[in-house]
Design a protein around this ligand. Sequence first.
Ligand SMILES: [Zn+2]
Length: 237
Amino acid sequence: MNETKKPKDNYLDNHFIHKSNWLRAAVLGANDGILSTASLAIGVAAASDTRDPIVLATIAGLVAGALSMAAGEYVSVSSQTDIENADIEREKDELKEMPEIELQRLAEIYEKRGLKKETALTVAKELSEIDALAAHIRDELGINEISQAKPMQAAFASGAVFTVGGLLPLIVVLLLPLKSMEYSLYGFALFFLIILGVLAAKTGGSSVRRAIIRITFWGTVAMGLTAFVGYLFGVNI
Ligand SMILES: [Zn+2]
């Protein structure tokens, strides 16, 4: 199937809104990396008196988490690509079978955006003469350069940010004293999570205070519960 060239809008590059989506996804991915790896490490640290099992579990958790994030992202973004391509194929057929109706549909879209009926029809006609499919993909289906799904890129990005997040607890596990390992992991993980929470809140323009309270509460619940399970196992080993 030949890939249709999607319209390129380079004036969008200097607007922050398009970068903030990426930043938010990266912050959430790193957040996952920190929380799930730290929780796992805390659980094993609570059950173990030696460092090796904790290091092993942390590395295994980090690798498994990063790969499953990447695989999950690849699968979900690929299905979005499939949907986009199926829509584009259907659009091609509609343009072939009923060009007049499609032209009207495009004009109606511009009319809804506020153009006068005649102006809307003129714009629709002129854009259709240039590249009817491109105009319909952009203005009817809403697919453009920025929104276009890139499975491999998305998978790599989410696996990479998860790994960066998960490396932080691993460094703690490798360097800090074994005796208070659970508390060090909890403290450092919470510290990194709060920084990320503030970053996400500032990027999204939402309340920093609420972000800190939310991340502290859920971070504590997640790490606290895994520590509890670890203690239970620790007592029984
Ligand atoms: Zn159409």
